[in-house]
Ligand binder design. Structure first.
Ligand code: ADP
Ligand code: ZN
Length: 612
């Protein structure tokens, strides 16, 4: 069978997306490949299609157990024989997988990296033909990435012990050059075909809010669409507990996930979310790696995360099936301090030298600064994100809160000059202040802290006494966001940068986007762009089937597939096969039930029409 037929018959997709075909072809022609693609772009197809075409068993190295189980059940649903080996299996289950693998039944075998060099696994791999080894989340091999896993360093050794060198395919969503080079070098990739796919996720709407009360804003957001599948990320376990408890008191169906819960409870809560028993998951960043629930419609960051990589990965869990989805970040200055604290107090990796640790910490702080810059940015958020990952983007995306907000642009060059001069003057006296104290100086406040410094003769003291503290704060934020000021050290002392002098000397203008009050900003949404009654009926049918088969609803069909059914209204199996996301096996298994449901709906609809 050729690759396009496999894509349709097993996965139900009628065409490859950008980048996928090149990677499939690369693998089939015997090249090693490196695919750099954002979450949700469709990495799995790139190695699953060749795995079905190559003779032998493909091995997929993956860091997370939850990912394997999910992917293997999804593959089995599509009629592909897959299995996994990791520490979650008991001895009996593990034996059964080995037996199936030895007998040549398994086409795709997922394995945790720690398993590769065990005797049992090595023995299997010398007996069975291995044409392809895929390394998922390949950035885990790099010490400079944000998820370093020492066990990844041994993958190359594993590949070397195989009787015949397989094609090696690596995939990641992290694109920095250093990480990419590490992957190629440490995995020993050869004749590599490298494809970096655009990082843009057009269906995601990005927004940053600085709410007075984060919780109130959260409730307001959830109230708009209370049934929507939502993930709320918090920085600490305590915040997770607080937010989840309050949401439940307020009548939302929320569950929680963090490293402080027992394994059993984590698993239960995760299942409640995956199986749609609870539609809101409140979690730390421990949640989500490997969860590819495709119908998440909203991701809220209740706190600013530690870097753009984490942010984009977590936010990217929204809208994986291509439907429009929202990503909202709640920012406060406290988040920056909490992140600093976490950077300074994370357990050091004992395998690293002190020099390496210091370097990693420096990089962490640099990444945090970029993340803060994002929150304070006043122009297109998508452009900032894509720029960070090295992608080009237009000035305005039209689908982020800054592009859609009602701003008026005002010239604030004089105000900016006053603020920067004040920082310079203070610096001349050897004084460094954080944002709030600086605002106090500019407004000429007479609080006890300032009294100690005797600033009454400072030329910039009280120079902005007519402006509100809030207004000055916004301008300072914008100066930071655009690189004219930076925050340094534990107390986030404000300091000038190499670009400040040009602004102070009036060589450039400082245009400031002021939010017009009460601008009603809305994300576009296609949630209701199809017949809602039919969509609900198909959803109910899907839940019924999921219950019967003891699997998650989205493993049967994604929301996007249901939506396509509403558009195409197929009434025969042939027509059903035209639906995006419907492959041959699924059409055979579920086609009758779904087309029947649609036929009933059409009948009813005609009766209603006639009665008018
Ligand atoms: P990643 O691993 O890159 O995060 P996945 O492999 O899980 O992404 O794919 C994300 C989603 O995109 C899945 O719902 C998948 O069915 C869908 N998808 C993948 N390839 C295609 C394609 N060629 N056409 C349509 N949908 C696709
Ligand atoms: Zn934009």
């Amino acid at each position: 069978m050729n690759k396009t037929r496999i894509l349709k018959e097993y996965f139900g997709h009628s065409a490859f997306r950008g980048g996928q075909e090149e990677l499939v072809d690369g693998i089939l022609s015997g090249h090693d490949v490196l695919g750099v693609m954002p979450t949700g772009a469709g990495k799995s197809v790139c190695y699953q299609v060749p795995a079905l075409m190559l003779d032998g068993m493909t091995i997929v190295v993956s860091p997370l157990i939850s990912l394997m189980k999910d992917q293997v059940s999804a593959l089995r649903q599509s009629g592909i024989n897959a299995g996994y080996i990791n520490s979650s299996l008991d001895a009996g289950q593990s034996r059964a997988v080995y037996r199936a693998a030895y007998s040549g039944e398994i086409k795709i075998l997922y394995a945790a990296p720690e398993r590769l060099l065990t005797d049992g696994f090595l023995n299997l791999c010398t007996q069975v033909k291995i044409p392809l080894v895929t390394v998922d989340e390949a950035h885990c091999i790099s010490q400079w990435g944000q998820d370093f896993r020492p066990s990844y360093l041994r993958i190359a050794e594993f590949i070397k012990t195989l009787p015949e060198r397989p094609v090696t395919a690596a995939f990641t969503a992290t694109a920095t050059e250093q990480v990419r080079n590490d992957i190629k070098e440490l995995l020993g990739l050869k004749k590599t075909i490298e494809i970096t796919k655009g990082f843009d996720r057009k269906n995601l709407y990005f927004s940053v809010q600085k709410p007075k009360s984060k919780y109130d804003s959260l409730v307001e957001l959830l109230d708009k669409t209370p049934d929507r599948c939502t993930i709320i990320y918090c920085l600490t376990r305590k915040t997770v507990e607080d937010v989840c408890r309050k949401l439940n008191i307020n009548g939302f169906k929320a569950t929680r996930y963090h490293a402080g819960l027992s394994d059993a409870e984590r698993r239960k809560n995760q299942d409640d979310f995956i199986f749609d028993r609870k539609n809101i998951m409140v979690a730390t960043n421990a949640f989500g790696m490997g969860i590819d629930k495709s119908n998440v419609g909203l991701v809220v960051h209740y706190n600013m995360p530690k870097n753009m990589e984490s942010y984009y990965q977590e936010a990217g869990r929204a809208g994986r099936d291509g439907s429009d989805a929202e990503c909202v970040l709640f920012y406060s200055g406290q988040d920056v301090r909490t992140n600093r604290f976490l950077i300074d107090n994370t357990d050091d990796n004992p395998e690293l030298t002190r020099e390496q640790r210091r370097e990693i910490r420096r990089l962490d702080i640099e990444r945090l600064d970029k993340m803060t810059g994002y929150c304070l940015y006043t122009r297109c958020f998508r452009r900032y994100i894509l720029g960070y990952f090295g992608d080009m983007a237009p000035e305005n995306c039209g689908n982020c809160s800054n592009c859609l907000a009602d701003f008026e642009t005002v010239d604030m060059t004089v105000e900016a000059q006053k603020i920067l001069s004040c920082v310079y003057r203070l610096k001349q006296r050897g004084i460094g202040f954080g944002k709030n104290s600086l605002i106090d100086v500019l407004r000429g406040s007479q609080n006890a802290k300032l009294a100690k410094y005797d600033l009454s003769d400072l030329s910039t003291y009280g120079i902005m006494s007519d402006d509100s503290a809030e207004n000055i704060g916004d301008i300072i934020d914008s100066l930071i966001g655009r690189g004219y000021l930076k925050q340094t050290g534990e107390y986030m002392i404000l300091d000038t940068t190499e670009t400040s002098p040009a602004l102070v000397r009036g060589k450039i203008k400082f245009m400031f986007k002021k939010r017009k009050p009460k601008a009603e900003v809305r994300a576009r949404s296609n949630v209701y762009d199809v017949d809602y009654t039919l969509f609900s009926q198909l959803k109910a049918l899907r839940s019924e089937i999921a219950k019967r088969e003891r699997t998650a609803a989205y493993i049967i069909f994604s929301d996007a597939a249901l939506r396509d059914m509403c558009r195409k209204m197929p009434t025969t199996i042939e027509e059903f096969l035209e639906v995006a996301g419907v492959g041959k096996l699924k059409a055979k298994k579920y086609g009758t039930e779904f087309t029947e449901c649609i036929r009933d709906y059409i009948k009813l609809y005609i009766i209603i029409l006639r009665s008018f």
